[in-house]
Design a protein. Structure first.
Length: 206
């Protein structure tokens, strides 16, 4: 009697990586269980999927942490005290623009695009992403405050509002990258928004 072929080995780490690309490309709600099963490979069945990940939401949460530990590190400069504040902001924006337009993964940012709209039953997913985006906003605020404290920006700077302008620019990169705006254009846009920082610097009015 012919022996049945052995099933392919399920590589959990690779499955999370593939799931990240699916959620990134299609969004949380549009990424169905059937799409995940087909995309993560290994011939995984529904029972095996739930045994491995618990639920679609649990897998998504794991994907978000994977994203933050890899692609999301482009913003790490915002918390680097060894860098001047303006340089920290510039590095975060330029690295983000480059990452979001790379060809090795879906365009844009997973934290922005995967659940920009969601049904009420998935409110927890929206809150998860909002909290992760809030951390980046806090990073920009931290840099602006450091610049004010160091005399690199005026003492009357509205720290929260100025930081929000850079964070809003960062979020906008996602939509433009997904729409196909070239990385060179987005990088040039970073130069333009940083002019608002330079215009506020005391040295600009000396």
């Amino acid at each position: 009697m012919a022996q049945m072929g052995r099933p392919r080995t399920f590589d959990r780490d690779e499955a999370v990586q593939q799931a990240m690309h699916l959620f990134w490309q299609h969004g949380y709600e549009a990424t169905s269980l059937s799409l995940l099963k087909a995309g993560i490979g290994g011939g995984i069945t529904a029972p095996s999927f739930y045994a491995a990940f618990g639920s679609k939401e649990a897998l998504f949460r794991e994907v978000v942490e994977r994203y933050l530990a890899t692609h999301g590190q482009v913003n790490a400069s915002l918390w680097d005290n060894s860098l001047p504040p303006r340089q920290a902001v510039e590095l975060a924006l330029r690295r983000s623009a480059r990452m979001q337009t790379e060809r090795s993964h879906p365009k844009g940012c997973l934290l922005v695009l995967s659940a920009s709209t969601c049904s009420p039953e998935h409110e927890a997913v929206q809150k998860l992403l909002a909290s992760r985006r809030a951390r980046a906003r806090g990073g920009f605020q931290r840099c602006v405050q450091r610049a004010v404290d160091a005399g690199e920006l005026p003492t009357d700077t509205d720290v929260r509002a100025f930081a929000a302008s850079f964070h809003s620019f960062l979020l906008g990169l996602s939509v433009q990258a997904r729409d196909g705006v070239p990385g060179t254009v987005l990088d040039a846009a970073v130069t333009e928004i940083l002019r608002s920082w330079d215009a506020r610097a005391p040295s600009a009015h000396a």
